[in-house]
Ligand binder design. Sequence first.
Ligand SMILES: Cc1ncc(COP(=O)(O)O)c(C=O)c1O
Length: 460
Amino acid sequence: MKNIPHRMILSEEQMPTQWYNLRADMKSLPDPMLNPGTLKPIRTEELYPIFCEELAKQEMDTATPYIDIPEEILDVYKAYRPSPLNRAYALEKYLDTPAKIYYKFEGGNTSGSHKLNSAVAQVYYAKKQGLTGLTTETGAGQWGTALAEACAYFGIGLDVFMVKASFQQKPYRKSIIQTFGANVVASPSSTTQVGRAILEMDPDTTGSLGCAISEAIEKATTTPNCRYVLGSVLNQVLLHQSIIGLESKKAMELLGEYPDIVIGCAGGGSNLGGLIAPFMRDKLLGRKNPYFIAVEPASCPSLTRGRYAYDFCDTGKVTPLAKMYTLGSGFIPSPNHAGGLRYHGMSPIISKLYHDGYLDEARSAEQTRVFDAAVQFAKLETILPAPESAHAIRCAMDEAVKCKETGEEKTILFGLTGTGYFDMAAYTAYLEHTMTDYIPTDGDLQPGFDSLPKIPGIQD
Ligand SMILES: Cc1ncc(COP(=O)(O)O)c(C=O)c1O
């Protein structure tokens, strides 16, 4: 029996100093992003009006495997990283499983989630370019909080468009974003043209990440010296989030462990992409063969029921077109409590890996089953998980139970992306049995698919 601690925390010196760019090792790259005007593959310079230059370069870099993390970013990372890799001894015991369950806990920073890893990087590059303002969208509020925190640190103004459903469910998210000095409005809002147009069509809409992205982009492109930043989906965000996987792999190596199964919840795919990155490298290079599982809500099933197609990343149809698993940018998911997983599309990198069979499985989970797992986990592991993270917990528990049935001693690693202290309305709904499970019918999904763009010669 190895003596494995409950919490394994690397030292500051052991923290990775480079991000890993998965695309450099992919056998076949994601299809190129298209300019929505010309429908031709987009060039790096064409992204400069939306993203800051260094991030546009990272977005398009398919060749450089390792990219140095600037000192200034490492300095902020060191305030809250390396993050712990925990062994879920109590959960294993409760499940009476021979499986070993590990989780990488990213909720230990003030913002409460992994989102800070990319927020710090994006704000640093914006500041370096001399920008004075940023805009963004936020679903669950985790990304808006993380970005507000990073903007406060580097001294840049921020406007956050927060999906209305979350804005109403989580008033304290709004307060914390404001505490860091950022401006926050419920989306769709009347402060942008696109917001007003969406409200005119559906005044009672609870919003979506896609709507909020459209508003944030409009604000950025109509404000001088301002750019838009996105907390997920993009290649640059997966790059920054690779720190999660790199730390996990190093810690597991020091423990003499390697995961048989790696599990992540999937909204836009950034934590999943970051967690699996170095393990996926092993698989791509034929060194190891871990089994990868993405978990999404049954109410917003982009990987499990979506189409692999070119689509807009936003509802207002102003972003570049990306080839990804999507429910259509016109799809407005039901107000599920895992707000951060309510996105119509999926990272093009994750989509491609799934399409090519390297990401082995995508699973969807209904929210009451997700909260069963969340509550059980909280009692045993003393961390109150975010509803998004609890999707991964649900799947890890299910896999551990399977191990009990088969007697296999598998090593399971999952990403615990954040804490759920601002999600108490969701926990209350679960405890009071008012939470419902909504699974869209094929008919419900059809209008979203009908909204997919037609691209002559590529997509009819
Ligand atoms: C705690 C938490 N986990 C996961 C996600 C999903 O995002 P992604 O798929 O980009 O990791 C979010 C998004 O808001 C989140 O807040």
